[in-house]
Structures are given as structure tokens and as C-alpha cells.
Design a protein around this ligand. Structure first.
Ligand SMILES: Nc1ncnc2c1ncn2[C@@H]1O[C@H](COP(=O)(O)OP(=O)(O)OP(=O)(O)O)[C@@H](O)[C@H]1O
Ligand SMILES: [Mg+2]
Length: 615
């Protein structure tokens, strides 16, 4: 007896729907994609009860005539591709002819559509995949799809749905993605009769980001400006180094206008940020990749969420390069801004400047060379230029004693601070909690974490040394041998020249055994073999595609911490001053090698808001 039977059409559609329609947000996604493919200018979305009871998507696209409207509900019916060859270079969001029949098979479905010049439109009602009504409809030109009671005929599926709130959040995220991907299209979302947002068709991506996420986030983004490479154009916006999130929810990536998830691109973005990103944090990106459609396969994921690149290495490099170039440029701009002159507003009386309380905590050393906390009033008073001892123009400052030890104490410090202020255009106010240096610049208050700052400076110094003349090494008193498992041995063999360049004198000493006879001079390691095992573990996890510089950076980043000034190490004024100066000379001054911020700006506007001076 034969066992195999062809499935009835409705069951086959339901099976297909299982892949296409996971939840209400997938319905929203498919319908919006259809609207965009139909050249619309505006999309209105209405949802009820997290989209479970209703999803309605209305567009002003080119609509369909009655024949097409009927055909659009058939499986494998599409206007977007015609042959297998077309599948090689898909330029539309849809291409399978699966979405509408799938959705219609698991819901109570209604489609109304009208072409621009047509006298009448068409209305089709489908229940659980069966067409119930076809008649003339009188809606405005465009298409409206209404999906009610999702999964009403698949109770098992319905059970998998999450709470209404969660489903709503998913839908919102989906609309955000589409709205960012297509700023030229207007969007609105009405949820349970409440208008959640209305986005006008925006002229630029920046406008759209501002409309959706606010002007503050936009202000913390940098526009990608990278030289297009090898037929790939990378554009959009990325977060300033130091701006990151705990989840990937604001790491948006588009390939030819299609929002996608991609491990490859996520890793490339991370690599582009490198030491500008805190461990476990995700950068904020609105990244657009324009690439020849023939160089990307979109037909790899049932929900069209992933793509495959024909040449992943080129794509990866294009992303890494453009992020690095962009961060580099933003650093220069940022530095300019940071150095903008501090506005000397009202003269501040020395007495009125609050003591930074630390004076009590940090016993003043008897010596004249004073700790920075004592400088607070003096330096802040420095704003009041008239009160400071006159510094004759034309080189008097050159005669300032170095190092800064002078019997006139505060006065010298004040002079020095002024000199610094004119050069760097910031003023040091004091140190808080023996860790945070407080400074004033044109924008307001800047807090510097001295530990993180020192880490960044050391990191860049060592990296420069590594680049220039190689890392100075120190011979071990006794060379050491150590064994590693075969996988690690393999890794060391492959990277041995890099390790040597980093100042590690390592060579093979039989199968699975290595000998080290020197280590970088800046390290103080008591157990070299143990240290090597740790380095190898760390570096292996840093990725396979690492260059010598990259590995070196990684190692330095992992080791500098120990050398950096610990929090609570009181620094003297000239040390603080030098620290700030060196920090501002760094390539990436605003975060430590682990991506933690080195400084935080509290703008005057923010302060005014906090003090209720401005609403
Ligand atoms: N909003 C719309 N406006 C105009 N035509 C539409 C609209 N929605 C669907 N269509 C037409 O119906 C066809 C079928 O839509 P459907 O979403 O099922 O498949 P698709 O978009 O071609 O491919 P995919 O399954 O990948 O989404 C489309 O090819 C398109 O011609
Ligand atoms: Mg579609």
C-alpha cells in the first residue's frame, strides 16, 4: 500500500507559513516589505493586542488589478522575479511569492487594493487560506491588508506567542528597522487606538534617526565617510567611540536596503571599533552596505533575515576600514571641539569657590609641591584673570621653573594653569574622590577617570613602540619550556613571528613544546609559562583573522592595566596636567583600551536642565 500522499494546498501553505510567519511582527515585516516594493510614499500600520487580534497595513503604492490581486494569494506567485537567473540578483525586498498566501492561510485575511487610474478596486476576504469573498472595493488607490486572529486555526502556534507587550515591542522594532532602512517613506503606528508615532517622509537618514530616536542620540553619532572600496559602499551613521548599549537592539545593519542580521558584519563592526568598545557592549550603528546584488545571496533564510556574501572577506574589510576611518575622523573633530576655549563667564571670587572637600581627606603634604585637590580654588579663580599675578606677554612663562616647584606655591600653579589653559583651552578644577579629574571646557564640565586615562596613554605608547622599533625585550634568567595541547601548538606555530615581534622570544622545542627566553620589557611576570598560556587563550579568542598589530594591541590592552595608575593614587598637579595633555594627544582619547570611557562631558545645557533652569 502506498504511504506517500500529496498534501492538500491549504496544509502545504500552513507548513510554509510556519517558516515565514513566526509572530505578528513577521506579518508586519512582510506587509511593509510588499508596500515598499510597490513604490509607496507612506505606510500606516494599525495593531491591536500586540498584533494578535489585528494587524492592518495601508499603503499608497501602485496597487493591483483584480487578476493580480487574486494571483498574489497563490503560492509561488510573484511579480518580482521570473527566472532562476533573476534570483542571482534580487533588487526587491520580496522574491519568493510566499508571504501573502502564508499569512492568509493562518489568519482571517482581507486584501483591498486599487490601481491609481482604476474606476474600482478589489476586495478579497480569505479565511484560513480559503477565498470566501471577491468583490469590488472602494478604497483609495494603494493596498490595504488586514490580518485578524493570527493563528486562530493553529492553536499550537498561538500558544508560542508571547505577551501582548512583548509582541508589540517586536512589531515596533520591526517598524523601526523598516523606517530607518527607508527614510523616504512616511510611517505611522496606531496601537490599540493610540498613535505611537508618525514619521513624515524624511529627506535624509539623519532626519529619520532624529524623528525616531531624538536629537540627543543623533548628536552622539558620526556619519560614515569612507572611501568606497571594491564595488562596496558603506554609509550611514555609527556611534561615537564610548557610546554603546548592552544589547544589539540599536545595532542596525542594512544590505541594499534590507535589514539583516549577520554574524560576519557584527564581528566586522566590533573589529572596526576594536579598543573603542567596552567588553560585552554593543555599538550603536545605522550602517548601510550597498553592494552589487549579484554579489549577495538573499535566498538563504526563510524570513529573509540573513544573506550570504559571495566574497565575505572583502565585505568584512570594507566594514572594518570604514568604521576605523570614521572614528579616526570623528576623533580629530572631537579634539578640536574639546580644545575650544572655555568661556570665562562671570568672574569667580576665590572665596566663593567651594572647596572640593578632599582637602580634608587628603592631608596636605608639608612640601610645597602640592597635591592637586588644593588647586581647586586657585585654578577656578584663574578664570578671574585680573586677580592672577600678571604674566608679561612674550615668554615670561618660558622661565617658569621646571619641574614645577617654587616657593610661591599657588601663584606658580595658577600661572601654569593659565599657560595650560591657553594652550589646551581647558582648565583643571580639582580631583574628586582621588580618581576623577574635574575640568572645565567650552561645553561645560569634563570628568576624567585618571586610571582609564593612564591606561589609554600607556596603551598607545606601547603600540607606537611596537610599530616603530619593536617592543624592547628582557631576557629571562632561565629560559623556560612549556607544553600546550595540539590545537594551541598549531596556533602558536602559525603566529610565532607575530609573537616574536611583540617581544616574546618563543621558539618551537619539539612537538607540542615551546621555549621562551625573553618577554616584553614592560611586563613583570613571575611565571612566564603560565603567562604564555593565558596570552594564547586570550589572543585565540580575539579571532583568527588577526594581523601582527592587532595581536600586539590585544596583548598590550590586556597587560597595560597593571601598569596604569590605580584609582586612589594621588597625583601631583604637574602629573595631572601631563596626564591630561598626553591623553589629548592620544589617537583615541575618549576611551581606555577596554572601551571604557576615559572622560565624560557634562554640558552646560545638561547642568541647566538638571538644576531646573531650563525645561
Ligand atoms: N502592497 C502591495 N502593493 C502592490 N502589490 C503587492 C502588494 N503586496 C503584494 N503585492 C503583489 O503580490 C505579490 C505576492 O506578494 P508576496 O508577498 O506573497 O510575495 P513577494 O513579495 O513577491 O515575495 P516574498 O514572499 O518574498 O515576500 C507580489 O509579488 C506583488 O506583486
Ligand atoms: Mg512579499
Amino acid at each position: 500500500m502506498s504511504r506517500i500522499r500529496l498534501l492538500p494546498e491549504t496544509v502545504a501553505s500552513q507548513v510554509a507559513a510556519g517558516e515565514v510567519v513566526e509572530r505578528p511582527a513577521s506579518v508586519v515585516k512582510e506587509l511593509i516589505e510588499n508596500s515598499i516594493d510597490a513604490g509607496c510614499r507612506k505606510i500606516d500600520v494599525v495593531i491591536r493586542r500586540g498584533g494578535i487580534s489585528l494587524v492592518r497595513v495601508i499603503d499608497d503604492g501602485w496597487g493591483m488589478d483584480r487578476d493580480d490581486a487574486l494571483l498574489s494569494l497563490e503560492r509561488h506567485a510573484t511579480s518580482k522575479i521570473r527566472s532562476a537567473a533573476d534570483l542571482q540578483a534580487v533588487a526587491t525586498l520580496g522574491f519568493r511569492g510566499e508571504a501573502l498566501p502564508s499569512i492568509a492561510s493562518v489568519s482571517r485575511f482581507r486584501l483591498t487594493t486599487r490601481e491609481a487610474g482604476a474606476v474600482a478596486g478589489t476586495e478579497i476576504v480569505v479565511n484560513g487560506g480559503k477565498i470566501d469573498i471577491v468583490r469590488d472595493g472602494g478604497e483609495a488607490p494603494g493596498t490595504q491588508v488586514e490580518v485578524r486572529s493570527l493563528f486562530y486555526n493553529l492553536p499550537a502556534r498561538r500558544k508560542f506567542l508571547r505577551s501582548e507587550n512583548t509582541e508589540t515591542r517586536n512589531i515596533e522594532h520591526q517598524i523601526h528597522l523598516q523606517a530607518i532602512g527607508h527614510p523616504d517613506v512616511g510611517f505611522s503606528l496606531l496601537r490599540d487606538d493610540r498613535m505611537l508615532f508618525q514619521l513624515p517622509p524624511a529627506t535624509t537618514l539623519a532626519d529619520r534617526i532624529r524623528d525616531l530616536y531624538g536629537v540627543e542620540l543623533l548628536g552622539r553619532l558620526v556619519q560614515i565617510s569612507a572611501v568606497p572600496s571594491r564595488n562596496i559602499r558603506v554609509g550611514g551613521f555609527i556611534g561615537h567611540a564610548g557610546l554603546s548599549r548592552q544589547t544589539k537592539s540599536q545595532q542596525l545593519v542594512f544590505v541594499n536596503g534590507r535589514a539583516i542580521e549577520s554574524g560576519l558584519l557584527t564581528a566586522a563592526i566590533r573589529e572596526g571599533y576594536h579598543t573603542a568598545l567596552m567588553k560585552g557592549q554593543f555599538p550603536v550603528t545605522f550602517l548601510f552596505l550597498e553592494i552589487d546584488p549579484a554579489a549577495v545571496d538573499v535566498n538563504v533564510h526563510p524570513a529573509k533575515r540573513e544573506v550570504r556574501f559571495r566574497d565575505p572577506t572583502t565585505v568584512r574589510e570594507a566594514i572594518v576600514d570604514s568604521i576605523q576611518q570614521t572614528l579616526e575622523r570623528s576623533r580629530t573633530e572631537w579634539k578640536e571641539k574639546f580644545r575650544a576655549p572655555a568661556i570665562a563667564s562671570k568672574p569667580v571670587q576665590e572665596k566663593t569657590v567651594p572647596d572640593l572637600t578632599l582637602r580634608a581627606q587628603t592631608p596636605a603634604p608639608a612640601e610645597i609641591h602640592r597635591e592637586l585637590p588644593h588647586l581647586g580654588p586657585a585654578v577656578a579663580g584663574g578664570i578671574d584673570r585680573a586677580k592672577t599675578p600678571s604674566v608679561s606677554p612674550g615668554g615670561h612663562t618660558d622661565r617658569l621653573p621646571t619641574p614645577l616647584v617654587d616657593s610661591s606655591g599657588d601663584a606658580v600653579v595658577r600661572q601654569r594653569s593659565q599657560q595650560l589653559a591657553t594652550e589646551q583651552q581647558f582648565q583643571i578644577i580639582g580631583v574628586l574622590s582621588k580618581l576623577y579629574v574635574l575640568m572645565e571646557n567650552a561645553d561645560g564640565l569634563v570628568l576624567v577617570d585618571q586610571h582609564a586615562a593612564h591606561e589609554r596613554i600607556l596603551f598607545e605608547e606601547l603600540r607606537r613602540r611596537m610599530e616603530e622599533q619593536g617592543v624592547p625585550t628582557q631576557k629571562l634568567l632561565l629560559p623556560q619550556t612549556f607544553d600546550v595541547p595540539p590545537r594551541d601548538a598549531d596556533w602558536i606555530e602559525r603566529n610565532i613571528s607575530i609573537l616574536q615581534k611583540m617581544g616574546i622570544g618563543i621558539e618551537s622545542f619539539g612537538p607540542g613544546t615551546f621555549k621562551i627566553d625573553s618577554l616584553p620589557g614592560f611586563l613583570s611576570v613571575s611565571e612566564p609559562a603560565q603567562f604564555m598560556r593565558k596570552v594564547i587563550d586570550d589572543l585565540k579568542s580575539a579571532g583568527n583573522s588577526t594581523s601582527p598589530m592587532r595581536l600586539g594591541e590585544e596583548m598590550i590592552a590586556k597587560t597595560v592595566c597593571r601598569h596604569a595608575v590605580k584609582a586612589n593614587d594621588p597625583l601631583r598637579y604637574p602629573e595631572i596636567e601631563k596626564l591630561i595633555r598626553d591623553l589629548l594627544d592620544c589617537d583615541l582619547p575618549y576611551c581606555c583600551p577596554h572601551g571604557r570611557p576615559t572622560m565624560i562631558q557634562l554640558s552646560l545645557a545638561e547642568l541647566e536642565k538638571k538644576f531646573g533652569r531650563k525645561i
